[in-house]
Every structure is written in C-alpha cells, then in structure tokens.
Design a protein around this ligand. Structure first.
Ligand code: WAQ
Ligand code: MG
Length: 633
C-alpha cells in the first residue's frame, strides 16, 4: 500500500462535543476526506461548532488488517427482551454476571471512551477513569471505494470499533448501547459470536449508554491492551452495510438476517447512478468512467435521431399509452414497430411486450402448462427460468449447449401433451451462441416447439445484426424472442413468429393482456433505432472489430477469453475476488461489473465485459491492459 494517513476531526461548541470522526486514507485522498469531515462538522444538527480540530498524521505502511466480525441482527420488541438476550449471549461467552455489568451503563454515560472492566471481579482497570479507554486509529478498508468515506454511518463505525476491540489482547467481550436517547439499538460482540446487533436495548428517550470492554487476564497486561486499542492502526475488511432500519418491526427481522447473510458472502447489490445518457463513458459518483457494462451495444440510446423520434412521439401521442393493448393502448407506433420487427427478423408477425422479461414469461407460460414439458438450458436467463416455473409445466433442465442431452430429455417426454425447448441465443453471462441448426433439427424431430431468446443477439449476431438465423443461414425457430432495450437503445420486449403464433399469444399471454401497453415514445425510438441499424450495418461490423481487438489484446497477454459476441466474460470464481477486481478496475477508470450468484452459479463469479461499437481503440487497449494487470496472480 502507498503512503497512508490518519485524518481525525473533532468539533465543539462552547467546549461541548459536537461531532467527531476518524479515517485512514491514502495520501491522494487526504485533502478530499479532510474537507468532507469539515463540511460534516459545519452542518451538524447539534449546532454550529466554534472550534474544529483536524489532525492529519502519516501512519506506518504495514497497517494491520482485520476481517470484520460477522454480523447478525436480533429483532426484539422490548428493552427487557433485548437485555435478556444480551445476558444470554454474554453467558455463552463465559461471562456470568451480565445484569451487574449492564447496571454500570449509568456510569459510562459521562465517558468519552469505554469502561474497561474485569469480566469476573467487575473492577475498573483503565488508568483514566474520567475519560475511559478510546479505541482509535481504525477504519473500514473499503470506505473510499464504497464512496462512504466522510459519511456518518453508526453501524459501519460500530463494526469497525467492535472488530478492533475483539482483536485486542485479553478482551473477551464488549457490550454497547448508544448514548443517543433516540437510538435504542446496541450490540454484544465477542470473537466467537461476532457482532450481535440487538434492535432494542433501552427505552426511547433514555440518555444512558456507552461501551463496556470486558477483560480477562493478568493485570500486568492491561497497559498492552490499552496500547493496542489507542495506538495500533488497523483497517477492517468486508465491513457490511446497514441492511435495514435499526428499529425494524419484528416481522422484518428475517429480512435483515437474509441481507446480512448475502452481505457476508460478498453477494449484496446496489444501484449505481450514472449521470447522462448511456454511452461508452459515464459520470459515476462524480468521476468519468469508461463503461464496459452497457447493453446499448450500438450506441443508439443517445443517437439524436432516436431521441428525436421519442420526443416527437411524446408530442403526438402522449407520454403514456393509457391502457392495455387490447383496450385503448394500441397506437400507430406500436403497429408500425411490430411490422418492422417481423420484417427485420423475417417472420410473419411480431408482438410487443413491456419488457424482455415479460416477453419470455408471457410466451412460455402461454405455450405450455400443466401436463406439458418445457426443456430449458441450464444457463438460460432468469426470465426464461421464471417463465418455465410460472407455466406449471414439468421443467427439464438440460446441460448447457448439449443437444444430445436435449434430444434424450425430449425423448423422455413423449407422453406429455406439448413440448417446448427454450434456449438463449446468446447466453447473457457467457457470451456464447446457441447451435441453432442442431437445436431446430432436434426439436423438429420430436415435434417440440423451439424458442430462442435473441436479447443479446439482435443487432449483434449475423452480418447485419438480424440474429442467429442470419449467422447460421438457417430457418427461424418457432418462437423468436428479443428486446428493444439492448442494441435497439429503447425499452420493451417482443416475440416474432407465425401469424398463428402471434394471434394465439395476443389472446392467451397474460403479461401481454394484463399490462398497460408500453408508451409510444419508447416504441417510436425503437423503430427509428431499427431503421438506423438497417441503414448503417457498419455499426454491427464496427462492434465485431472492437470485440476482435479487445480479445486479441487479452489473449496475447495470456488471458484466455471468448469473443463470439459483444459479451466477453472473464471468469474469476470467488465472489469477493471478482468484487475486488471490479473495484480495482473502477479505481483505474473502468466500469466492469462483477457478476455473482444468483445471476451465475456460486463460485463462478466473473467480470462481464460488454463492448460497444462506440468504444475507441484507445479505450479498448487501455481496458485490456488494466485487466491483464489486475488479473496477475
Ligand atoms: N472508543 C471507546 N469508546 C467509545 C468510542 C471509542 N472510539 N466511541 C464512543 N465510545 C463510547 C462513548 O462512551 C460513547 O458515549 C458511547 O461509546 C456510545 O458511542 O446499529 O452510536 O458513538 O449496529 O454514540 C451501536 C449500534 C451504536 C449500531 C453505538 O455509539 C448498530 C453508537 P456512540
Ligand atoms: Mg452517540
């Protein structure tokens, strides 16, 4: 690690404490973090400080790193219930006199630090009993990457503190209650039990609170314990973020636990806000990043012609459609787009849905039901999986891309009323292409419906972006699904097929029947994008060139990847390693998401690079070089 500093801020008014915080940050962030802390002090709800002390010290480079204690939240209804639970947890840690210990919170209230108690005799061990022991020089290692440095977060700060304290010599447990009269949540921490949040440990309005560190060991070593707490810098890794409101009602307890578990496994998710339209670059958290994560493969979402079409349609037809397609929601842009999509794909007809997800769920659940069989590739997209489940048909999952397995499984379904085999055309997290000719041969031989999802194929696969049939020079599947929200730069989903199929879906497909029609602006935008795509096939060719360049840059540096489509996955395996690689790329200016369970199998986490026709050679080469660097063992 490069040079590291401790940044501490303390603000007071008339001698009374207003606000305080400490951070450990690399040299490059010192001034930014210091100014954030000063801003925080100046805008504190407790009042404007008349004195702000900012202390910046350089730290040794070999800072001790600790893994955050695992967190579990116990939702309780009353302080009595919370205290009984705290006593039980302390008893599990071998501490018998919990009630006497908790009674000492009336004394901790006036302390700036924690009370250091002998766990057995309950004697106070700290030399300065008017101040207590203050744990300091500690921080969440990832606070900067998470963008939370300088933001007050009781929960994260408490976990960092508790983690340091439980790693101090001779400390066997801690119990904490906030001294904020309105914050009734506290915790018990031990090394074995981890950080056990207890949602109610005192009555609302009660100002008594504080921290008690429980010590068991020789009196000669107390100084060593205090030295560790007050002087040894540490950084804590894997600090979880707050899963739910601190005082969640009891029925939300299991939800908070589920989120905690996801967090601990490196599986929690959040939304990033991107300023401006989607494109090859974006402003994320105030920084410009090169985006390798967009499905807007042909850079059409911000194309002035496409944008104008949406604006014109909004003026002419309104912002929303006002009804379902079968009632009042069909407008000229819907009809024009359905005709254009059918023509583009070479089918007789097409049907629009509000999203690609709805198109998959809607088509599958209309075509098969109870007594039928649906055969689904094991790597199919979640919307296909959900369609299979909702249909009520028997679901048979066949091995990825394995047409012999599909053949065998179809053979075992002769007694079923109908059979439907469904596959991604381009697998969304793997980027490989279905062998459509073989898929058609097998399904037809078994008289099964064939359905292919061309969400990531439309505009990408085939010389002019028409999809798999163009790529292989073969016929279309019975049901061809696609989206307007990827290469077509708009939003919505569609199904192409025979007139009979489309008429059937129009009458039977519940997501189509019972949803408000997508708005005319989105439909007009997609129609114009489709026209641009047809008029400018060079975009598809450029995307293919970009993929070839990017893949060859990686391959010549020993990183083996596949480059059949615009999706280039780099499988890392471990979830947290994938997250770390993604964070490291972001530091270097590239947005490449870490894809994890349940989007892919556990232990198959990956960086998913999505390429656009609009990426420049420089961007592609720089990203490849950074990837090579980061993936070095
Ligand atoms: N070292 C030792 N004791 C401290 C420190 C420190 N660095 N900081 C605070 N204390 C003591 C001091 O006596 C405070 O009055 C008392 O702890 C409470 O501190 O939702 O907000 O910063 O999981 O008010 C716990 C629950 C919140 C968080 C605790 O503590 C959650 C809290 P506060
Ligand atoms: Mg407080």
């Amino acid at each position: 690690m490069s040079e590291t500093y401790s940044v501490k801020m303390r603000a007071s008014s008339d001698g009374h404490h207003v606000s305080g915080a400490e951070k450990i940050v690399p040299a490059a962030s010192v001034s930014k973090v210091a100014s954030r802390l000063v801003e925080r002090a100046l805008s504190h709800e407790r009042g404007t400080p008349d004195f702000i002390n900012v202390k910046i010290e350089s730290l040794p480079s070999d800072i001790l790193r600790l893994k955050a204690l695992p967190v579990k939240t116990h939702v309780v209804a009353t302080p009595a219930e919370g205290r009984a639970l705290a006593a039980q947890l302390l008893a599990e840690a071998g501490i018998a006199n919990a009630d006497e210990i908790m009674a000492r919170f009336s004394e901790t209230h006036s302390l700036r630090g924690a009370m250091l108690l002998d766990a057995d005799t309950l004697e106070r061990l700290e030399p300065d009993q008017s101040r207590g022991v203050r744990a300091t020089y500690m921080d969440d290692a990832a606070a900067l990457a998470k963008g939370t440095a300088g933001v007050k977060n009781h929960y994260a700060e408490a976990i960092v503190l508790a983690t340091k304290v439980q790693n101090a010599p001779n400390i066997i447990a801690e119990i904490c209650v906030s001294d904020d009269p309105d914050y009734v949540t506290g915790y018990v921490a031990t090394r074995e039990l981890g950080y056990r949040r207890i949602t109610v440990l005192k009555e609302k309005g009660d100002p008594n609170g504080g921290r008690i560190f429980l010590y068991r060991g020789s009196r000669d070593e107390v100084a060593k314990t205090i030295e560790f707490l007050e002087k040894t810098p540490i950084l804590v890794d894997d600090v979880p973020t707050l899963p739910s409101a601190a005082n969640a009602p009891r029925r939300f307890g299991a939800l908070a636990d589920a989120l905690d578990a996801r967090q601990a496994a490196g599986l929690s998710r959040r939304c990033r806000t991107l300023g401006g339209p989607t494109g090859p670059t974006a402003i994320v958290d105030g920084r410009e990043l090169v985006v390798f994560a967009s499905n807007d493969y042909l850079d059409l979402a911000r194309d002035p012609r496409v944008v104008k079409a949406a604006a014109d349609a909004a003026n002419e037809f309104g912002a929303g459609s006002g009804g379902a397609r079968l009632t009042t929601g069909t407008q000229p842009p819907h009809v024009r787009l359905e005709n254009a999509l059918a023509k583009f794909k070479g089918s007789e007809a097409a049907l629009l849905y509000g999203t690609g997800y709805m198109a998959n769920v809607g088509a599958i659940s209309a075509l098969v039901g109870k007594g039928d069989a649906v055969l689904s590739d094991e790597l199919n997209h979640a919307s296909i999986i959900d369609g299979c489940r909702l249909s009520g048909a028997d679901v048979l999952v066949y091995r990825h891309g394995d047409m012999e397995d599909l053949d065998r499984k179809l053979g075992a379904c002769r007694e079923h009323r109908r059979r439907l085999a469904v596959s991604d055309g381009v697998f969304s997290m793997d980027g490989d292409i279905l062998d459509l000719p073989r898929f058609l041969e097998v399904t037809r031989r078994h008289d099964a419906f064939s359905m292919v999802d061309e969400a990531h194929a439309t505009g990408i696969v085939g010389r002019t972006g028409r999809g798999l049939a163009e790529y292989f020079g073969c016929e279309l599947p019975d049901v061809l699904m696609g989206t307007l929200s990827k290469a077509l730069g708009s939003e919505g989903g569609f199904v192409c097929g025979s007139k009979l199929l489309v008429e059937y879906l129009r009458n039977m497909s519940r997501p189509f029947i019972f949803s408000t029609a997508p708005g005319a602006p989105a439909m007009a935008a997609a129609l114009t994008a489709l026209e641009v795509l047809i008029a400018e096939p060079g975009r598809v060719a450029k995307l293919r060139e970009n993929v070839a360049l990017f893949v060859s840059e990686l391959v010549c540096h020993g990183v083996a990847v596949r480059g059949e489509t615009a999706i280039v996955p780099i499988v890392v395996g471990d979830e947290k390693r994938a997250l770390a690689a993604s964070a490291a790329l972001e530091e270097l200016g590239f947005l490449v998401p870490a894809i994890r369970y349940p989007t892919v199998a556990r232990g198959a986490a990956r960086l998913r690079v999505a390429l656009m026709s609009a990426h420049t050679q420089e961007q592609l080469c720089a990203a490849a070089a950074s990837l090579v660097e980061i993936l070095k063992p």
